[in-house]
Design a protein around this ligand. Sequence first.
Ligand SMILES: Nc1nc2c(c(=O)[nH]1)N[C@H]1C(S)=C(S)[C@@H](COP(=O)(O)OP(=O)(O)OC[C@H]3O[C@@H](n4cnc5c(N)ncnc54)[C@H](O)[C@@H]3O)O[C@H]1N2
Ligand code: MOO
Length: 404
Amino acid sequence: MDLFRAYVIADALSILRDHVRLETPGEDTGLLAALHRTLDEDVFAPEDVPAFDRSTMDGFAVLARDTFGASEGLPAYLEVAGEVLMGHSPPGRLETGQAFRIATGGMLPEGADAVVMVEHTEDLDERTIGVTRPVAPGENLIRRGDDLTQGVLLLPRGHRLRPQDVGLLAAAGVTRVRTRKRLRVGIVTTGDEVVPVGQTPGPGQVRDVNSYTLSGQVHECGAEPVVYGIVRDDFDTLAGVMRRALDETQAVLISGGSSVGRRDVTVDVVASLGAPGVLFHGLAVRPGKPTIGAAIGEKLVVGLPGHPVSAMVVFALLVRPLLDPGYRAFPVRARVTRSLTSQAGKEDYVRVRLERDGEGRLTADPIPGKSGLIATMVRADGLARIPLESRGVAAGEEVEVIPF
Ligand SMILES: Nc1nc2c(c(=O)[nH]1)N[C@H]1C(S)=C(S)[C@@H](COP(=O)(O)OP(=O)(O)OC[C@H]3O[C@@H](n4cnc5c(N)ncnc54)[C@H](O)[C@@H]3O)O[C@H]1N2
Ligand code: MOO
């Protein structure tokens, strides 16, 4: 690693991965508390789901063979011999020539192997129906174990639980799981001009945007933001807050004061916090040039640019993959609607709005505006990547877009 070299995102990420280990202890919790957390164990299915053959339609449980050849003109006549009540066993075994009334989700009686939809039957009298369309064996039902069979691996260790995962665990009767506690991520804001949002800014002052945008992004990673507020651009004050944040959290983001201005003490403060310290200062990435990457022990410290857009972009590209290793970004390809210029030797990430053209192909409309303008992020759907060696992209050419 070379402190004076400017890295692209992929290289910066691998340097940080080599030094940082973001781990939290495991904890057994109920399912709701486990949502969005990462599994700390392999979970196996304790039982078959569903536990019995179930109808997927309202209608009649039958023996498929009894309906073969049935039609509107020549229905198959069956005796209605019983009714399956929801949440109960069927009233008995179904014999050939019989039908049992059954609702969606009802338990299939023994002897039956299909369900006829009520729309494909006609009532002849209290005890007889005519089936007007044949069904095949297995039609309109799900079998015991179709969702899960006992003993299969439901979800592996390391998987971050989404709502559907928690649903699967609920279906299988797994009520408690071991997950890792959420990562706590400290957010420190610097800048003598930055004031809390509730305060009316005086001349030259601006409201604190980054504490909010970064907290939101940390939440999206399944981690817990811990906001340390706005700290003066003063070495001792900032170092004190940073030490406290490092004691209380596993990763600290510090926004502002990372470029080379007179008051930019951030890098000196980070360097003073311990080994291995600053791993890089500066990226060959736009926006994001003044980013600082550091490890203190195995904890992560990232100095983000103060401009709200730059801070969000660097978070999305560099911080998110570290906080949320299971996250997979699926870039899409889209044609740019206007040509974009880029400096060779810089990896550019351009805010774009995604639309579909008349033929249904994705287009990427670049959103103009400097990285101090947060509204440009609101209009954007993603970031178009222009690689290091490229000098630009002509209108109509395809680019890779990383959706937010
Ligand atoms: N001579 C040079 N000047 C600048 C360079 C350069 O290479 N040479 N780089 C520019 C780039 S690129 C960026 S990005 C900014 C980054 O500066 P810092 O990371 O040091 O951030 P600040 O100077 O503290 O702030 C930049 C800008 O953002 C506003 N800001 C800061 N914090 C917040 C916040 N929490 N909420 C809202 N807005 C915030 C701050 O007021 C500044 O306007 O440097 C360029 N300059
Ligand atoms: O890096 Mo600055 O972040 O280009 O706006």
